[in-house]
Design a protein around this ligand. Structure first.
Ligand code: NAP
Length: 293
C-alpha cells in the first residue's frame, strides 16, 4: 500500500522501524523485512544503526530505488551548516547518494531558531535532489505553526507517538490541515510496554477491546493496530528484530476493520502520552554527538 506525499513522491505506508534495534541485529532484521516484502525502513542518526540498515539493504540485492529510506537528523546537528553535514553523515553510513525522506527528529524548544535553520538545510537538500522529501517528527501544532511561518516547503511527514492509547487528534488535524502525512511511531504501542520508561503505563498490546477485535478477524493485537493506522490513512513503522514478528506485522493486507471497530479503537485514547514531551528540552540527550560516517 503506497501513500502519496504532498510533493507527489510515493512512500510505502508500512515500514520497518529500528529504534533500539542493536546494530548487530539490525542488518539481519532489515534483510528479513525486505525478504518479507517491506520496502520502507525508518532509522535515525540517533539510533546508531544507519550503517547496518545500509548493509541490510545492500545484502538484500534489491536496487537502491526499490527501498524507501527514511532517516532523522539529531538535535546536536541542528543549524544550517551542521544539518547539511548531517546529510553527509547519514548518506555515508547508509551507503547511498540520496535519501528518500529526511526529517528533523524533534523540535528543540530550547533552540528553536536552530531547528528552523536545520529545516532550511533540509529545503536546500531537497532542492539539490539529495533527498526526495523532507519532514519533521514530534512537532505539535504550535511547533508546526512556528516552522511554517519561517520556511517555504511544507513538511511531507510528521512522525509522532501514535497508538490507540494516544492518538493525538489535535496533531492529526493540524497535519491534515496542511497536507502533512501523519506517521505513527510506536504504532503498536512499544512505548507503552518496553522496559525502562516508567512503571505506571498500561500496555496497549494487552488491551481487551483490541484483543476481541483481533479474535474476530483471527489477527493479533499488533495486526489490528497496524490495520487501524492503514485504514485511517497513516503511515506506520513497527519495530521488530524478530523475523516471525517482522512477518506478522506485514500480514495486514487481507482483512478490513469495520467502521465500528475503527471507532472502538479511536475510543481507547487516554490523552496521556507515554513518550517524551516534545516541549521539554532534554539537554543531556540533545547533546549526544553523532559520529562521522
Ligand atoms: P513499536 O514498533 O510500537 O513496538 C516495538 C516493540 O514491540 C518491540 O519491543 C518489539 O519487540 C515488539 N513487537 C514488535 N512486533 C510485535 C508483535 N507482532 N507482537 C508483539 N510484540 C511485538 O515501538 P517503537 O519501536 O517505539 O516504534 C516504532 C518505530 O518508530 C521505531 O523503531 C522508530 O523507527 C520510530 N520511533 C520514532 C520516534 C521519534 O521520536 N521519532 C520515537 C520512537 C520510535 P521485538 O523486536 O522483540 O519483536
Amino acid at each position: 500500500m503506497e501513500l502519496t506525499l504532498n510533493n507527489g513522491v510515493t512512500m510505502p505506508a508500512l515500514g520497518l522501524g529500528v529504534f533500539q534495534s542493536p546494530p548487530e541485529q539490525t542488518t539481519v532484521a532489515v534483510e528479513a523485512a525486505l525478504a518479507t516484502g517491506y520496502r520502507h525502513i525508518d532509522t535515525a542518526a540517533a539510533y546508531g544503526n544507519e550503517r547496518q540498515v545500509g548493509e541490510g539493504i545492500h545484502n538484500s540485492g534489491l536496487d537502491r530505488a526499490e527501498v524507501f529510506i527514511e532517516t532523522k537528523v539529531w538535535v546536536s546537528d541542528y543549524g544550517y551548516d551542521q544539518t547539511l553535514h548531517a546529510w553527509d553523515k547519514a548518506a555515508g553510513k547508509l551507503g547511498v547518494d540520496y535519501l528518500d525522506l529526511f526529517i528533523l527528529h524533534q523540535p528543540a524548544p530550547d533552540r528553536f531558531e536552530k531547528t528552523i535553520a536545520a529545516y532550511k538545510a533540509l529545503e536546500t537538500l531537497l532542492g539539490d535532489g539529495r533527498v526526495r522529501a523532507i519532514g519533521v517528527s514530534n512537532f505539535m501544532p504550535h511547533h508546526l505553526k512556528q516552522l511554517l511561518e519561517s520556511t517555504d516547503v511544507i513538511p511531507a511527514v510528521n512522525q509522532v507517538e501514535l497508538h490507540p492509547y494516544f492518538t493525538q487528534p489535535d496533531v492529526q488535524a493540524a497535519d491534515a490541515g496542511h497536507g502533512i502525512l501523519t506517521q505513527a511511531w510506536s504504532p503498536i504501542g512499544g512505548i507503552t510496554f518496553y522496559p525502562g520508561w516508567g512503571e505506571d503505563r498500561k500496555n496497549v498490546m494487552a488491551d481487551a477491546t483490541i484483543g476481541a477485535i483481533g479474535q474476530k478477524h483471527s489477527k493479533t493485537p499488533a495486526q489490528v493496530m497496524l490495520r487501524w493506522h492503514l485504514q485511517q490513512g497513516r503511515s506506520a513503522i513497527p519495530k521488530s528484530t524478530n523475523p516471525a514478528r517482522i512477518a506478522e506485522n506485514f500480514d495486514v493486507f487481507d482483512f478490513e476493520l469495520s467502521a465500528d471497530e475503527l471507532a472502538g479503537l479511536d475510543a481507547l485514547h487516554t490523552g496521556r502520552r507515554s513518550g517524551p514531551d516534545p516541549d521539554e528540552a532534554r539537554e543531556e540527550r540533545f547533546a549526544m554527538v553523532i559520529p562521522e560516517a
